[in-house]
Design a protein around this ligand. Structure first.
Ligand code: 9D3
Length: 280
């Protein structure tokens, strides 16, 4: 898959993309990642990308023009076979990122990740781009960059041939999933020595009885989830990622002059054609 990142801090991504799972995925040819500086698309002399908010108040607001032009430029590069790009805005107003949504995103041929900063982004360019908005959780970050890195890491490890993919495929078949498609919490793990600081490894793990080990691990997963994250077990259909609006996938500019609801792919021309992530 190809991921384009739009940010005013492109340098933040260098170390991350050269290390760890995303680096493996890029090395394996399973992931292409292109980081673009929004500032490079500012049409004004001082490469200004923000301005004071209409109506007053603290801070600055990111301007429409540099963001819109950066999106169009990135999307017209090396268009995928069908030119479909899923646009994602990392935003505190977004849907909370969950594993079912990560799995859906990991299957897309192209993602465009837009990182906001300052007090936010001019609402009109958000309306125009109609991105899927994704939040990391209910706390305040200073911008979307860490969110983009979290998302890249989570989708990279699910790419075929990348460490983590085989394991996650296996987990599916062992059904360590909640009714909402989220994972249960993990069981405890132990390695040598058998006794450390007066603490011993549970006997069942030394028994050689693989069926008993599997049973014990399942019990531990459920017991821990119940004790620590009961919310994961409560089957709440509203906790699922909602199906994407039809226009959240966008044709590259090189393929169609203007992506509209009626020519967005997989919609049948209607508003309800998008497939929900698995587990929805
Ligand atoms: C304290 C400022 N807030 C009230 C005026 C608004 C605000 C604006 C911009 C809060 C955060 C941000 C920048 N955050 C992100 O871009 C962001 C984010 C987050 O803050 N929390 C969780 N997930 C994400 S993803 C992107």
């Amino acid at each position: 898959m190809r991921i384009d990142v739009l940010t005013i801090f492109p340098d933040l991504f260098a170390g991350f993309l050269q290390t760890s799972i995303p680096a493996n995925a890029i090395e394996a040819g399973a992931l292409q990642c292109h980081v673009h500086d929004i500032r490079a698309h500012a049409a004004n002399r001082h490469h200004k990308v923000d301005d004071r908010p209409f109506g007053g108040g603290p801070g600055m607001v990111m301007m429409c023009q540099p963001i819109f032009d950066a999106v169009k430029a990135a999307e017209s590069q090396d268009p995928a076979a069908d030119g479909v790009v899923v646009r994602v805005l990392l935003s505190p107003q977004g849907e909370r990122l969950t594993q079912p949504r990560v799995e859906w995103l990991a299957q897309q041929p192209r993602l465009l990740l837009l990182c906001g900063h300052y007090e936010g982004i001019d609402e009109r360019v958000i309306e125009e781009l109609n991105p899927l908005e994704i939040s990391l959780g209910d706390y305040v970050l200073s911008g979307g960059e860490l969110g983009a890195m979290v998302l890249i890491d989570a989708v990279a490890r699910l790419q075929p041939g990348v460490l983590g993919h085989e394991e996650s495929a296996a987990e599916d078949s062992f059904s360590v999933r909640t009714p909402d498609g989220a994972h249960l919490l993990d069981c405890p793990h132990y390695t040598r020595p058998r006794e450390w600081n007066g603490r011993v490894v549970p006997d069942v793990l030394l028994s050689g009885d693989h069926a008993a080990v599997d049973r014990w691990r399942d019990e531990q997963r459920v017991a821990r989830t119940r004790a620590r994250r009961p919310d994961l077990l409560a089957h709440d259909p509203l906790a699922n990622p909602q199906p994407l609006p039809a226009a959240n996938k966008h044709k590259s500019a090189t393929h169609v002059a203007r992506a509209t609801r009626s020519n967005a792919p997989d919609t049948g021309g209607g508003l309800h054609g998008e497939t929900a992530p698995e587990g929805a």
